[in-house]
Ligand binder design. Sequence first.
Ligand code: NAD
Length: 364
Amino acid sequence: MIGFNYVSYAQDVIFAPGALSRLRESLERFGWQRLMLCTSHSMRAEGQLNKIASILGEGLVAIFDQIRPHVQDVQARDAIALALEKDVDAILGMGGGSPIGMAKAIGFQLNLPIIAIPTTYAGSEMTPVYGITHTDEDPPRKVTVNDPKIVPSLVIYDPELTLGLPPTLTASTGINALAHCIEALYSKTHNPLSTAAAVEGVRHIHHALLRCFQNGQNVEARTEMLLGSHLAGCSLASVSMGLHHGLCHVLGGAANVPHGIANGIILPHAIRFNVDATQLILAADSMGIAVNGHHSTEVIEGLRQNIYELIRQMNLPQRLREVGVSESDLPRLAEIAFHNRTVQNNPRPITDVTQLESLLREAW
Ligand code: NAD
């Protein structure tokens, strides 16, 4: 029997090569006049910051461009103080999930609308969620805030802004997008729209990601990959995540593993743990894996191997030991993960911390 419950959001989404040129007319439509831009240092180096500044002119009244990964609470406090001082009326996050997360953190505290211009494939622009890292705890802990008011009101996808995304970030944030689709498919709260978006997301990501990695200047592949990440973000927006995303947050907050890198290491293990989730057959089908006449476990193992191979071809780390996690950290990380809400939301119940410790050992 079918039954579902999800929340959808009002967002103005513009997607096209060159779409950045439509930013000004969109702002006029919304009536925002005093913008604060959140971005990371490399956006200045890439010349993107100058582009935005010339489009916005006097409408850009504040810039916070030193955003570090994983939205740190101390930085959020400084950014909020700047927004108040400059009396801004909207926050623009441009870059990856970190600047967009920072824009959400400010918008949440000050009740301001958010504009997102993504330049990676992380997908935060479509969701009502951000993660913030409490740096005064030992180890630092990343917690998520979920509120409909932080869904960006305006999202501009311009594939031309992604041409300079370096191969490793292309690969790692692309795998993050793939992971959104995988977890959306087996989510406890999956619904017809999240499933449709996830299935199409997997198809586009599978077709485009490796080509973007091999040639970042390929506008056609970049456009298809950004479309895949948009669909991945759509699927993520209306469902709750599980083991995979929960573990990546723990590794980001407590072990400072970059989010996309954690995704590449954990995803094959999360799929193996959830091998009974038959919805994953849809992802295998989207990747062109033979499905008919095969047992679901065999099909899902094929999906896992395909993804593992894709991660290997893009030279991403495949083990926690390669990214600064020591073996002695594993019990502590497993313990933190055991108490993580998102981990505990996994469709296959996690009843004992040793389940997590053995998964982390396999990934180590
Ligand atoms: P990021 O935002 O930390 O960016 C990583 C690096 O990429 C930065 O150095 C940045 O300057 C650089 N960069 C970004 N775009 C570039 C471009 N076009 N060219 C050159 N360099 C570029 O990384 P991310 O993986 O995009 O985001 C990760 C963060 O987002 C994590 O904190 C994660 O938890 C969060 N996230 C949130 C959601 C959500 O729904 N809220 C979804 C996915 C990720």
